[in-house]
Design a protein around this ligand. Structure first.
Ligand code: CO8
Length: 243
């Protein structure tokens, strides 16, 4: 496999060194919010207690709102060349909704494990179909990325073959199926970790590295956390040779 690359360039992961104190605090806050979200949809405590807790949560939110970033500003913990995204709703340790899933290469596949919670519920006791689609999108996109082929989702197709249970370890496996020009086709599955060969969801995605005009339109205003221009500003490969 080639080194992961994005329109923002390719850099070895060890060239980005985020502030460890910030990383630890964001990870801890993400975990605490995750617990809060999960417990908030599971709690059966009395209405008065829930109202009291809501008031306390609003106070805490006001403290965090003292300084915030807008959508064009990267988090100080994020690195575009290595696609390190701390607040991804699927893989971000700083995101309370995220399971979160970490993906790794295994041979010619990309594998991730996670357990969904009540905050991801669709049909009772089972995953929302949109949540499973989000998992699949991230799995397939990460599979393309870890094969050195960054792209945006142009097409995502899903077959829901079995309901995905909550609070049960899952295994996600992705594989690059085809590569041409700026386009990468990836397939993937979601299964129970205890029964990895029985596919519950099967997906196929087409990931396309956008042409330069689109990159500029989407990401041209991005700045780093300290107000500088985003590193190695977006430049599309025209033929996919570096992606
Ligand atoms: C580690 C990272 C994990 C991230 C996982 C999450 C990923 C995401 O959520 S991305 C967000 C969701 N996606 C989007 O918002 C994308 C919206 N769509 C777009 O911006 C554009 O349609 C985009 C960028 C996909 C393609 O635009 P553009 O660069 O103009 O492509 P275009 O020149 O038309 O086509 C390039 C090639 O792709 C093909 N292609 C484009 N769209 C599709 C499609 N839907 N299906 C199949 N092939 C397609 C074309 O046929 C063409 O192929 P070929 O070179 O063989 O002729």
């Amino acid at each position: 496999m080639t080194s992961p690359a994005t329109p923002w360039g390719a850099s070895p992961p060890d060239t980005f060194s985020p502030d460890p104190e910030l990383q630890a605090a964001v990870t801890e806050l993400g975990a605490a919010v995750r617990d809060l979200l999960e417990t908030s949809v599971a709690t059966t405590v009395a209405p008065g207690e829930q109202a009291d807790v809501a008031a306390g949560v609003r106070e805490l939110t006001a403290r965090l709102a003292a300084t915030t970033r807008d959508r064009h500003t990267l988090s100080a913990l994020d690195d575009l060349p290595t696609f390190r995204r701390t607040y991804s709703p699927v893989s971000g340790v700083g995101h309370g909704f995220a399971p979160p899933v970490q993906f790794r290469r295994e041979g010619d596949t990309v594998v991730g494990e996670c357990t969904l919670g009540l905050r991801h519920e669709g049909p009772p006791a089972h995953s929302h179909g949109g949540m499973t689609a989000m998992l699949m999108d991230q799995l397939l996109g990460s599979t393309a990325f870890l094969a050195g082929r960054w792209g945006m989702t142009a097409h995502l197709g899903l077959e829901y073959r079995g309901a995905v249970p909550l609070q049960t370890p899952l295994v996600l496996v992705g594989r690059v199926a085809d590569v041409s020009g700026r386009k990468t086709v990836v397939t993937g599955t979601v299964a129970l970790a205890a029964e990895p060969d029985r596919e519950l969801v099967r997906g196929e995605g087409v990931f396309v590295s956008p042409r330069p005009e689109l990159l500029e339109r989407y990401f041209g205003d991005l700045t780093t956390a300290d107000g500088g221009r985003a590193p190695g500003h977006a430049q599309a490969a025209t033929d996919g040779s570096t992606l």
